[in-house]
Design a protein around this ligand. Structure first.
Ligand code: DUC
Ligand code: ZN
Ligand code: ZN
Length: 472
C-alpha cells in the first residue's frame, strides 16, 4: 500500500449517518484508511477532543458577479474562497451569470479566468440562465451539462433577470432531458413592483420597505408556481433560500403530490428578522437581501423545516456588498431609496458556525444531520458525491476539524471576506472549525492560514441520472 501522507489521529468522526472514534489515513489527496488506530511515520494532526467532519460544501455563493451599474461585489474568488475556508468549507459553488445577448460559454470563460489560480477551496459552477434562446436551450446547455456544468438557476424576480413562465417551462424541459438540476428563486416580480411603486409614492423609501415590498405571500405564490411548472414538466427542482412557513407548506404539499423537490434555507432566516432592516441612519441596508428575513414565527418555522426534513440544504447565499461604500449598499441611489440597495449579505464564513452553535449545541439537530445539511446533501444534489461531502475510503480528503468548546463572538474584524460588516455581528457562537484540510493539504492549522491561493481547483459536476439521489 502507498505510504500515508497524513494521519488525523484521535478525533471523533461524523458523517451524515454515523459518529464514531477513528483515525483517518490520507494518501495522494484521498482518504485511504479509516481505523481505530493508524500507525506510521506520516505527518500527524492531533484531533483529540475535536470533531472530524467532511469539509463544508456551500452550494449557494455569489462572488465577482456583475450586480448593476456602479455596484461591485465585495468578494472575488480569492477573498470569497479564503473566507469560506476559514468557515470550515472545502468546496463552494458560485454562480456564473449569463448576460443578455451573450452565450453561457462566454460567461463561463470569464468566470474561469477570474477563478483560475485564485481559489483557496475547490469550486464548481452553477449557471444562471438569463437569456434562454433556442440556441442556448437547444445546443449550448445540453453540451455544457455533459461537460460538468450540471446545475442552473432561474429567477422569477428582478426586471433584468426574471424569466417568464414559458421560458421557465422550456428550461425545465431541457433539464428533464439532460439531467441538469434547476434551482429556482421564487418571488413574484409583478407583485413586488406594484408594492415598490406604492411605497415610493408614499415616501416610504427607507431600507425597512424592502421587507414590506417582498412579503411572504410574494414568495409563497412563486414557490407554488415553480413547483407547479416542475410538476407539469415532470422534473425535480430545488427551491432556494426559503424564508418562511407558507413556502415550506407549498414544498410539503408538492411532495405529497409526488413532486421531487429539494428545499434550501439559510442562516439569515434563522437568526435575523425584518426588524433588523429598521436600523438608524440607513444601517438597515446591511440586512437587505431577497427574500428578506421575516419574523420570529418564521424563524421557528424554518427551524422546524431543518429538524423535520423540509429542508435538505443549508447554504449561506453569500452575496457580499460593502456597506459604507459608493459601490455597495450606500451607493448614491441606494441612499435615496431601498429599491436601489444591492440585494445580498455576506455569510460564507459564518454559515456553519451558526448552525453548529444554534443547531447542534442547542440540541435542535444532531451531528449527522449537521453534516447532511452542510456538506453531504450539497454533494448529492449537485453531482459531486461521493468524491466530496463524506468521509469514506476513496473520497477526497476534504476535512474540517471542529473544536466544539471554542467560544467566539462574531465580529467582522475577525472574518476574512471583502465586506466591511457582518449581519451577524455580536452573535455568540460555541464551536468553530480550527483546522481545515483540502485534498490532503492542511490549509488552516489551529486557526492559522498556511494554504495558498491556487490550492483550490475547479471540479466538474455530474448530471442526474434519474431522480434526485437519496438524501442523507
Ligand atoms: N438571490 C440570491 O440567490 N442571492 C442574492 C440575491 C438574490 O436575489
Ligand atoms: Zn436568489
Ligand atoms: Zn443567492
Amino acid at each position: 500500500m502507498r505510504p500515508l501522507d497524513l494521519i488525523i489521529r484521535n478525533g471523533t468522526v461524523a458523517t451524515a449517518s454515523d459518529v464514531f472514534r477513528a483515525d483517518i489515513g490520507i494518501a495522494g489527496g484521498r482518504i485511504v484508511e479509516i481505523a481505530e488506530r493508524i500507525e506510521g511515520d506520516a505527518a500527524v494532526v492531533d484531533a483529540t477532543g475535536k470533531y472530524v467532519l467532511p469539509g463544508g460544501i456551500d452550494s449557494h455563493v455569489h462572488v465577482s458577479q456583475p450586480s448593476g451599474e456602479g455596484i461591485v461585489m465585495a468578494d472575488d474568488f480569492e477573498s470569497g474562497t479564503r473566507s469560506a475556508l476559514y468557515g470550515g468549507n472545502t468546496t463552494v459553488m458560485p454562480f456564473c451569470l449569463q448576460e443578455k445577448g451573450k452565450s453561457l460559454r462566454e460567461a463561463l470563460k470569464a468566470y474561469h479566468a477570474l477563478a483560475e489560480g485564485n481559489c483557496y477551496t475547490d469550486i464548481s459552477f452553477h449557471l444562471i440562465v438569463n437569456d434562454p434562446t433556442e440556441a442556448v436551450l437547444g445546443q449550448e446547455l445540453p453540451a455544457l451539462v455533459r461537460d460538468g456544468y450540471a446545475s442552473l438557476k432561474v429567477f422569477m424576480t428582478y426586471e433584468d433577470l426574471r424569466l417568464s413562465d414559458a421560458e421557465i417551462l422550456k428550461t425545465l424541459d431541457v433539464a428533464r432531458e439532460t439531467g441538469a438540476t434547476v434551482m429556482v428563486h421564487c418571488e413574484n416580480e409583478d407583485a413586488i413592483r406594484f408594492l415598490i411603486e406604492k411605497h415610493e409614492a408614499a415616501g416610504d423609501v427607507a431600507p425597512r420597505a424592502h421587507a414590506s415590498t417582498r412579503p411572504a405571500a410574494v414568495e409563497r405564490e412563486a414557490t407554488h408556481r415553480a413547483l407547479t411548472l416542475a410538476e407539469i414538466v415532470d422534473v425535480p427542482v430545488v427551491i432556494v433560500h426559503v424564508s418562511n412557513g407558507q413556502s415550506m407548506e407549498e414544498i410539503a404539499r408538492a411532495r405529497s403530490r409526488g413532486i421531487e423537490v429539494i428545499g434550501e434555507t439559510c442562516p439569515q432566516y434563522l437568526v435575523l428578522t425584518a426588524d433588523d432592516l429598521s436600523g438608524m441612519d440607513w444601517e438597515g441596508a446591511k440586512f437587505v437581501c431577497s427574500p428578506p428575513p421575516r419574523d420570529k414565527a418564521a424563524q421557528q418555522d424554518c427551524w422546524r423545516g431543518i429538524e423535520t426534513g423540509v429542508f435538505d440544504l443549508f447554504s449561506s447565499d453569500h452575496c457580499p456588498f460593502r456597506y459604507d461604500d459608493e459601490r455597495g449598499k450606500l451607493n448614491p441611489k441606494g441612499r435615496r431609496s431601498f429599491r436601489h440597495i444591492p440585494n445580498g449579505i455576506p455569510g460564507v464564513e459564518t454559515r456553519m458556525p451558526i448552525l453548529f452553535s444554534e443547531g447542534v449545541m442547542k440540541g435542535r439537530i444532531d451531528l449527522p444531520r449537521f453534516v447532511a445539511l452542510t456538506a453531504t446533501n450539497h454533494a448529492r444534489t449537485y453531482g459531486l458525491y461521493p468524491q466530496k461531502g463524506t468521509i469514506a475510503i476513496g473520497a477526497d480528503a476534504d476535512l474540517a476539524i471542529w473544536d466544539p468548546q471554542a467560544k467566539r463572538t462574531i465580529r467582522h474584524a475577525d472574518l476574512h471576506d471583502g465586506a466591511d460588516y457582518s449581519p451577524y455581528e455580536g452573535l455568540e457562537i460555541t464551536g468553530w472549525p480550527t483546522t481545515v484540510i483540502l485534498g490532503g493539504r492542511v490549509m488552516i492549522c489551529d486557526g492559522e492560514l498556511i494554504g495558498r491561493k491556487g490550492d483550490g481547483a475547479y471540479r466538474p459536476a455530474a448530471a442526474r441520472t434519474t431522480a434526485f439521489p437519496a438524501k442523507a
